[in-house]
Design a protein around this ligand. Sequence first.
Ligand SMILES: Nc1ncnc2c1ncn2[C@@H]1O[C@H](COP(=O)(O)OP(=O)(O)O)[C@@H](O)[C@H]1O
Ligand SMILES: [Mg+2]
Length: 282
Amino acid sequence: MSISGGKTSHSEFGQLLGGRVGEGARVKTGIMELDEMLRGGFMEGDAVLLAGSAGTGKTTLALQYLVTGITRFGEPGIYVTFEELPDQIYRDAKNFGWDLRSLEEANKFKLVCTSPNLLLESGTQTILDEVIKELPAKRIAIDSLSHLAMYVQENQLRQEAYRLVRHLKTRELSSLLLWEVNQTGGSSFSVTEIGLSFLVDCIVVLKQIEIESSLRKAILIQKMRGSDHDKRLREFEITPGGFKIESAFSEYEGLMTGSGRKVASEKFVELFRGASGKTKSR
Ligand SMILES: Nc1ncnc2c1ncn2[C@@H]1O[C@H](COP(=O)(O)OP(=O)(O)O)[C@@H](O)[C@H]1O
Ligand SMILES: [Mg+2]
């Protein structure tokens, strides 16, 4: 998808979106290794794009981010969804041990199930504002911006996304904007192609990677404005307790293209080990 048009230049967008809330303050995901990768967490008030193909764990990460925000950091949150039936979300969350209904009853969480075209109208932003005020919310997840994209003209997407991001920023929310990409064959996708990367402060990518005939998952902080971060691709798993991040795939290369090959030195070590093993067994 290529998006052009819009009268505002990239740098103007950047300036308009500037002015962060509480520079330096961090919003923890509660996933220890991810917070380490982010050098403490997302930056407060930042808009984070969470991109990945279907089934990589975007919804799970978004819910975990919100639930942890409430239960561990006292930060109420809103989950805006366009794509799934709410009952399914409550059920799936419960399977991770996250009781969204009781958080809603305690007025700490709100699941907003709306149609994308409604979110684009200022009327629904007012509805969102009421919820934001009522909680009062500190975190928000929008599942997903790519779904929203289906309802606007390609050349309007950037403007609409910009309007939404700015709106959330003026409400001092730390936001997670989900973006579903097609992971086709071996080619790597590019968030920058979508033309949204300059709109957001941080980009987190979830990827499915084929390594030695098995499909594994990896997480990467592709960009983080104004902060150092882990530049490595780290393996993760979705466990019954949520996200579990493991070590970096240091011994592999070519992972961003979707299929990993062991780097030559590793292959050599392996061959060497194999060879020496054989010698010993003789
Ligand atoms: N209760 C659970 N325990 C462990 N893994 C789960 C559980 N629920 C879902 N998953 C895993 O998470 C994946 C879906 O993640 P999801 O967050 O829905 O992805 P996305 O939103 O990116 O499409 C499933 O394919 C499954 O592997
Ligand atoms: Mg999802």
